[in-house]
Structure formats: structure tokens, C-alpha cells
Design a binder for this molecule. Structure first.
Ligand SMILES: NC(=O)c1ccc[n+]([C@@H]2O[C@H](COP(=O)([O-])OP(=O)(O)OC[C@H]3O[C@@H](n4cnc5c(N)ncnc54)[C@H](OP(=O)(O)O)[C@@H]3O)[C@@H](O)[C@H]2O)c1
Length: 259
């Protein structure tokens, strides 16, 4: 599978890095284009991927084309190459650009799917939320899923859920990083060296998430399981509740969703 990235900024690089790390594609199978040539050439050189002078060139050389420019540029950038895209699989990573938006931009009959990836795809631990409504054939969807499953949990959702699911997985890393940082601050305050506190806090987050995935345990039950009566953990839980921890997190999602 040859993959073309139209736009090679943060998200496209994260996807390319994950695919290369997991050896899902070889560097010579990736074609990239962007607005500024010198920056693009440098970003391509460090990965050994092929820089292209134009979006048309990147699309022509690829089987799958990832639209990875800012949402407001998608129409302007894809419109001139829609003839080439008609014979490719088009994967959008642009936020807020569902199936219907692409139906207005792309040539009739183009096979396309809208997704929202998050940045941990760069280390093969991402989430790619994708819209159930798409125009890939079953075989193309299988190829798409097989490829991106190497770097992410691929989850298909209804169009109405694409925004909130993408926001949970896309904004979540910032919230999770804030928790790691705050937990570390607390531990440093009580004498733990900074680097060690980050290592422990991050592994604790990763391990807790993996355990929830592996066992399917209700998060409340996981919390109960480490809170012995009169013990230390329940005192910490009570302090978090006093600080409005869960309400603050829910408010963060409200803010992201524009409520
Ligand atoms: N970052 C995230 O966490 C995240 C998460 C989910 C979805 N997304 C989506 O991913 C998309 C890209 O976001 P980003 O964060 O990667 O943005 P970014 O870092 O600003 O990258 C945008 C890329 O588009 C290129 N570009 C601009 N104009 C172009 C043109 N006319 N032709 C070809 N390429 C052009 C830019 O080139 P230059 O650098 O040379 O200007 C740059 O490589 C957005 O639609 C966003 O909604 C991002």
C-alpha cells in the first residue's frame, strides 16, 4: 500500500511515524506534500519518505491518500486534484469534516472515509475514530482497518458521535498529561525526584488503562478495589472529590463540546 499525505504537519507526521515504527509500510512507500518545500524536505529526509512538489504528485503516486491539512483548507487543496482522488482511497483526518462535507468536495463516486486520530498513533498506541458512514468497499475498509490497527484502536461510530469521540481521544491526552504532571507535583512536594515521579505516574496511567481494557472492570470498581476502609487511598479519593475532580473533568468535556 502506497500512502500519500496531503499536508505533512503534526498529525500526518504522527501517523507516518507510527506506521514506520510498526513497519506497517516502508519509508519509500510514503509520499508527502505540504506548503513550504524546505520544511517538508527536512521532515521527509529524517524519515526517508518521498517529498513531493505538489498535492497532485503525492496523490498520483499513492493508493491511499490521507487529507491532513487544516479543515478550512481541505476544499481548496483537494478540489484541484479530485480527478486523481476518484481512483484512490481518501482518508480524512480533518476534524469536523464528516462524510457529507467530502461528498460536496470530491468527485461523485470517490471512495472516502472521515476519521479523527489522536497523537499517540506516533508510538503505535493511538485511537482512530472513524465514521461508519463511508464509501469504501468492504475490501477497502478491511485494508484501511488492517493498516491503521497497527498503530491504533480503530473504532467506527455514527456521524453524530464522531465529534465527541474524536474530542475524547484527541483532547484526552492533554487532560491525562495534566493529571500526570499534577500527580508528579504532589509526589515531588513530598520528596520524590521529578524524573522518577513522571516515570511512575505515566506507567500508572498506562497500566490502569491497560488493566481496564484487559479485564473490562467498571472504573468505579477499580477504584473501590484499592480503597481499603480507613486507608490512605480513600483519603486521597475524598480529597479529589472535595476539589471537584470528576466535575472538573466533565466540565472540560462540556467546554470542548461547546456547552
Ligand atoms: N494535531 C492533532 O492532534 C489533530 C488531531 C486530530 C485531527 N487533526 C487534524 O489534522 C489536520 C492537520 O492538523 P495538524 O495539527 O497536523 O496541522 P499542521 O501541523 O498545521 O499541519 C498542516 C499541514 O498542512 C500543510 N498545508 C498547508 N497548506 C497546504 C497546501 N495548500 N497544500 C498542501 N499542504 C498544505 C502544512 O504545510 P506547511 O507546514 O508547509 O505550512 C502542514 O504540513 C487538521 O485538519 C486537524 O483537524 C489534528
Amino acid at each position: 500500500m502506497k500512502i500519500g499525505f496531503i499536508g505533512f504537519g503534526n498529525m500526518a507526521q504522527a501517523l507516518a511515524d507510527g506506521l514506520l515504527l510498526k513497519k506497517a509500510v516502508r519509508p519509500e512507500e510514503i509520499y508527502v506534500c505540504a506548503k513550504h518545500w524546505e520544511k517538508l524536505a527536512a521532515n521527509a529526509a529524517v524519515r526517508g519518505v518521498n517529498p513531493c512538489r505538489t498535492a497532485a504528485e503525492a496523490a498520483e503516486k499513492s493508493d491511499m491518500v490521507v487529507a491532513a491539512v487544516k479543515p478550512y483548507l481541505v476544499s481548496e487543496v483537494l478540489e484541484p486534484i479530485k480527478g486523481i482522488l476518484r481512483d484512490r482511497i481518501v482518508v480524512s483526518v480533518a476534524a469536523g469534516m464528516p462524510y457529507d462535507s467530502y461528498e460536496e468536495i470530491l468527485a461523485p463516486g470517490t471512495h472516502h472515509i472521515s476519521t479523527v486520530p489522536n497523537t499517540p498513533v506516533s508510538i503505535g498506541e493511538g485511537i482512530i475514530v472513524c465514521e461508519q458512514k463511508n464509501s469504501l468497499t468492504e475490501e477497502e475498509y478491511s485494508r484501511f482497518e488492517e493498516l491503521f490497527s497497527r498503530i491504533a484502536v480503530v473504532v467506527a461510530v455514527q456521524t453524530s458521535q464522531l465529534g465527541v469521540a474524536g474530542n475524547l481521544s484527541g483532547c484526552g491526552p492533554a487532560f491525562a498529561a495534566m493529571f500526570i504532571e499534577a500527580l508528579s507535583d504532589g509526589a515531588v512536594k513530598h520528596g520524590l525526584p521529578r524524573e522518577l515521579s513522571y516515570r511512575l505516574a505515566s506507567q500508572m496511567m498506562a497500566g490502569t488503562g491497560k488493566m481496564q481494557q484487559a479485564l473490562g472492570t467498571h472504573p468505579g470498581a477499580m477504584k473501590d478495589a484499592v480503597c481499603s476502609p480507613g486507608g490512605l487511598t480513600i483519603k486521597g479519593v475524598a480529597a479529589l472529590e472535595r476539589g471537584g475532580f470528576r466535575g472538573a473533568v466533565i466540565s472540560a468535556m462540556d467546554a470542548v463540546e461547546g456547552d
